[in-house]
Structures are given as structure tokens and as C-alpha cells.
Write a protein that binds this ligand. Structure first.
Ligand SMILES: NC(=O)c1ccc[n+]([C@@H]2O[C@H](COP(=O)([O-])OP(=O)(O)OC[C@H]3O[C@@H](n4cnc5c(N)ncnc54)[C@H](OP(=O)(O)O)[C@@H]3O)[C@@H](O)[C@H]2O)c1
Length: 313
């Protein structure tokens, strides 16, 4: 009895060990899944090529030029300055009214079309006739195809407009599609209604409005996140660039506040599209790959979040 009791204890111990190991296995699997999910965020960014592979199978640069409020020669010159400085991602929208200037600057740049990645967007007032809106964007840009087409905001008819974008992907006039200003609730409702998952979600993201719950939610779905107003947006840049925490980190690295904010985004797996009409700023905004923020510095910037939106959508 005594021996059997001891055997039972030993057997029980072995069972415990086996259970322990198998649950360790399960834990490892979960760990891998988490790693896979994280691989859609900063881990997915290739800091050598400065690109990210989208779920559409196309590669997109992780930094670019935003063109909101740039028009005519100011817009052409900004795009030209960016392309001359190696920027290969340009963000525009029907609503910005500058697709024509952007197309012209690209065609005149001497940079091969296939090296440039252009994002444009359909505005809600175009959702009732999305085929015509896509055709208009193609004609305005006049660069053969659109690399990425987004719905600019949620609105009446957005699902149908997205279906038209899916058709444009099948036809080859648009390569990748996505959404802008879609948050968790909107995505929960929208995603089950579409066939091609969005490759990109572009939302307001800056140190004073960080979306720390939204970003991982999107990235875990294999969707790349891009931030608009990375420098706070016009009218807010002075406060953000002058923030004491950001300024202190910037001087520790011998970089500008703008570069620190853009780098903070990249290290969070967020693609940046700062807007600028100043060639010196455009140049500065490309110099993001010769320094790295420490975990502590990332945390200090994360601590600046105050849920302060700088625009209504
Ligand atoms: N999907 C959407 O709903 C949505 C909404 C808003 C914007 N966007 C996109 O996001 C892009 C970025 O937003 P944004 O351009 O409005 O705002 P932003 O990038 O946050 O800030 C632009 C401002 O920052 C200044 N700036 C740029 N680089 C700088 C630097 N290195 N140092 C100091 N100042 C610098 C610019 O002035 P200078 O011209 O003097 O350089 C400009 O006044 C837009 O251009 C647009 O493509 C999308």
C-alpha cells in the first residue's frame, strides 16, 4: 500500500509535469500568435528598405508626404522636392483638390512610375456613384493606376462604394484599398460586409491623440496603420514641436522634434505622411533612420496622450 501510494505520488507528479509541458506548448503557440499579430505592426516594417508589405501583396513606403491644403505650384513643387529627396509615398484625396498637380509632378519627375506609391481617397459625397468617382481620380492623376484608394470617411453608401473599389482591384485600375477615419466600432460593423480586407487604415495619430487601443486592434487584423496630422496639424504644430518632453528627447539625439515624433510613430508601426511645403522640412522628415528611441523615451512620449483630437473626424 505504502509503495503503491508512493508510486501514485510519482505518477501524479509525472502527470503534472506532462500537463505543465503541454500547457507551456499552448502558451508558446499563443505567444507565436501574438508575435504574428505584432508582425503587422512595427515588426513588419523593414527599416532597410523603408517599406511594409501590405496584405494586398504590394509594398508601401513607411514614410511619405501629405498634401492636404497644398495647391497649384506649391503642391507641384512640394511633390517634386519630396521625390527628389527619395520620398516615394504621396498622400492625396479628391477633397484636397490637388490630384491633377500631383499627377503632373509625378509624370515630370523622371522617377519611374512603379517606384512611386500614390494614395487617394473617395469623399462621402462621391459614394452614390463610386465608379464615376474612381474614374475621375484615375483621370485627374493620369498615372495609369492608383496604388491605394481609401474611403475618406464613413458615410451613406460606404459599403457599396467599397464594393466598387473591390471591382477596380479586380480590373487592375486600383492596386490596394483601405479606409480612413474608421475606428473600432466602425470596423466591427464594416469588415463583415466586404470581401477584400482593407490593406490600410489612415487615422488621426499624434502624441496628443494616440489611439493606443485602436492601433493594435487594427494591426492584429493584418491591416497597416497610417497616421494623419503626425505633427498635430496646421495650427497645432508649434505646441507639439515645442513640447518639453519631445524637445528634451530631440536634443538628446541631436534631432528635431518633428523627427522624434515621426520616429516614435515608425517604432509603433505607424506609417507617417507629414505635410509640408518647405523643402528643408521635407528633407528633415526623411532623416528618420539614423537614430532609435529607447523604450524609456517611447514610454515618455506615450505618456503625453491627452485624447485631444485636432479635427472633427
Ligand atoms: N484622412 C484624413 O482624414 C486626413 C486628414 C488630415 C490630413 N490627412 C493627411 O495627412 C497629412 C498630414 O497632415 P497635415 O499635413 O495636415 O498636418 P501635419 O503633417 O501634422 O503638419 C503639417 C504642418 O507641419 C509643418 N511641418 C512639416 N514638417 C515640419 C518640420 N520638419 N518641422 C517643422 N514644421 C514642419 C508644415 O509646415 P511647412 O509647410 O512650413 O513645412 C505644416 O504646417 C495631410 O497632408 C494629408 O495628406 C488626412
Amino acid at each position: 500500500m505504502k509503495i503503491r501510494g508512493r508510486t501514485a505520488v510519482i505518477l501524479f507528479g509525472i502527470v503534472l509535469l506532462i500537463v505543465g509541458f503541454s500547457s507551456y506548448g499552448a502558451f508558446s503557440e499563443t505567444g507565436n500568435m501574438e508575435k504574428e499579430a505584432a508582425a503587422n505592426g512595427a515588426d513588419a516594417f523593414n527599416f532597410e528598405t523603408r517599406t511594409v508589405m501590405l496584405n494586398s501583396g504590394h509594398e508601401m513606403p513607411i514614410y511619405g508626404l501629405g498634401t492636404y491644403s497644398l495647391h497649384d505650384d506649391v503642391c507641384r513643387n512640394s511633390v517634386t522636392a519630396a521625390l527628389n529627396r527619395g520620398v516615394r509615398l504621396i498622400d492625396t484625396a479628391h477633397a484636397y483638390g490637388n490630384e491633377k498637380e500631383i499627377g503632373e509632378a509625378i509624370r515630370n519627375s523622371g522617377v519611374p512610375r512603379e517606384e512611386i506609391f500614390v494614395i487617394t481617397k473617395l469623399y462621402p459625397n462621391q459614394f452614390s456613384n463610386p465608379e464615376a468617382a474612381i474614374e475621375e481620380a484615375l483621370q485627374n492623376l493620369d498615372i495609369g493606376y492608383i496604388d491605394m484608394l481609401l474611403l475618406h470617411h464613413p458615410g451613406t453608401g460606404d459599403v457599396e462604394a467599397y464594393h466598387a473599389m473591390e471591382k477596380a482591384v479586380e480590373e487592375g485600375t486600383v492596386r490596394s484599398i483601405g479606409l480612413s477615419n474608421w475606428y473600432v466600432e466602425e470596423l466591427e460593423e464594416f469588415l463583415p460586409q466586404v470581401t477584400i480586407p482593407p490593406a490600410l487604415v489612415q487615422n488621426e495619430i499624434h502624441p496628443y491623440y494616440q489611439e493606443n487601443d485602436v492601433i493594435p486592434y487594427i494591426q492584429e487584423k493584418g491591416i497597416v496603420v497610417q497616421g494623419w496630422y503626425p505633427l498635430g496639424g496646421r495650427g497645432h504644430t508649434a505646441e507639439l514641436l515645442g513640447d518639453p518632453v519631445i524637445s528634451e528627447i530631440a536634443s538628446a539625439h541631436g534631432k528635431s522634434s518633428a523627427q522624434v515624433i515621426l520616429r516614435w510613430n515608425l517604432q509603433k508601426g505607424v506609417v507617417v505622411i507629414p505635410g509640408s511645403s518647405n523643402p528643408d522640412h521635407i528633407q528633415e522628415n526623411t532623416e528618420l533612420f539614423d537614430f532609435e528611441l529607447t523604450d524609456d523615451e517611447m514610454e515618455r512620449i506615450n505618456g503625453l496622450d491627452r485624447n485631444e483630437k485636432h479635427d472633427w473626424y
